[in-house]
Write a protein of this length. Structure first.
Length: 317
């Protein structure tokens, strides 16, 4: 199984005999924090006690105190180190105050317990860390997966049939990874579901289902204003849609061409507006409803003077 680089850091911290600090692993859900601990524990030879506050109906101070004591018992009266992992610590009521008291007691009594805590709510975590636990912890961040990590963990060799990758879009919150591809002088845009992009908190399987469903939307709504779908089909256990690449200006605030788009003359912007109206009139005639139409769907090709629309995946009948 693929291991993120944080796994080696966590395993090293577990084995450091001269480092009494707690380790906090923080990051969004679905970034693999729990998996990191499981993998790190395979690299160390010491007893461990792992609990998840998400599995408890009401994880209060008493619950944490009981679990902490069970972890202490693994140290054989303070003679051997042990690891204590608490997943989603921010779910525990008044967690930072409780952790501070338990940790300080271990330091006074010399209990060799390596405490590892994770959390996905940065607001609650930072408030607790700043108020109660300064000087008692080290921070390990678990960010969303980058394209480089995805490419190491996932086989993207299927992309070669459309050429080399010259651009990757790995921060889409739709659950799709997108690629700019070039082959024999032609450029393509490929949208793929089946691997987890950086800003996606859902499940890849659901992203695959939605993308596969959207292929029919593009077929039904084919229109001169809509970027045409060239191909769709299964790919590497997921699903992919292929479009022609365009160097058009995009209105989307997440793209660097937004300022150039907004700086266009009024006449050009009005032509884009009219094209959008014409397309959505056609959408209604086809019995569809527009869903999630946003600024990132709006394009303008400066070379041809042609307005374009894209990303109508969520439209439905």
């Amino acid at each position: 199984m693929f291991e993120r680089h944080q796994v080696a850091v966590i395993a090293q911290r577990m084995q450091e005999t001269n480092n009494p600090l707690m380790q906090f692993i923080i990051g969004p859900r679905q970034t693999g924090k729990s998996t990191m601990f499981v993998q790190a524990l395979h690299h160390v030879d010491m007893p461990c006690h792992v609990v998840n506050a998400d599995d408890v109906v009401n994880p209060d101070a008493s619950w944490l105190q009981i679990e902490w004591q069970q972890a202490r018992n693994l140290t054989s009266g303070g003679k051997a180190p042990a690891v204590f992992v608490v997943d989603e610590i921010q779910k525990v009521q008044s967690w930072s105050t409780v952790v501070k008291g338990l940790y300080d007691r271990d330091r006074r009594e010399g209990t060799p317990l390596k405490v590892m805590l994770t959390g996905s709510s940065s607001l609650l975590l930072h408030k607790g860390l700043e108020e109660s636990l300064m000087g008692r912890y080290e921070l390990i961040r678990s960010p969303h997966w980058s394209y480089r990590e995805c490419s190491e963990a996932f086989d993207f060799s299927f992309l070669r049939q459309w050429g080399r990758v010259f651009r990757a879009f790995d921060q889409q919150d739709s659950g799709n990874l997108c690629f700019g591809l070039e082959k024999d002088g032609r450029r393509y845009f490929l949208k793929f579901a089946g691997a987890r992009p950086i800003c996606f908190d859902g499940e890849p399987g659901e992203a695959v289902r939605l993308l596969k469903k959207s292929a029919q939307v593009y077929r039904d709504l084919a229109h001169p204003i809509l970027l045409p779908m060239l191909w769709d089909g299964p790919a590497a256990g997921g699903y992919a849609l292929l479009f022609p690449w365009t160097d058009a200006l995009c209105m989307g605030k997440q793209y660097p061409t937004r300022n150039d788009f907004l700086a266009m003359p009024l006449k050009q912007k009005l032509s884009v507006f009219q094209a959008a109206l014409d397309f959505h009139r056609y959408v209604a005639e086809k019995g569809y409803v527009s869903v999630d139409f946003y600024d990132g769907c709006v394009l303008y090709e400066t070379e041809t003077g042609r307005p374009l629309l894209c990303d109508v995946d969520a439209y439905h009948q």
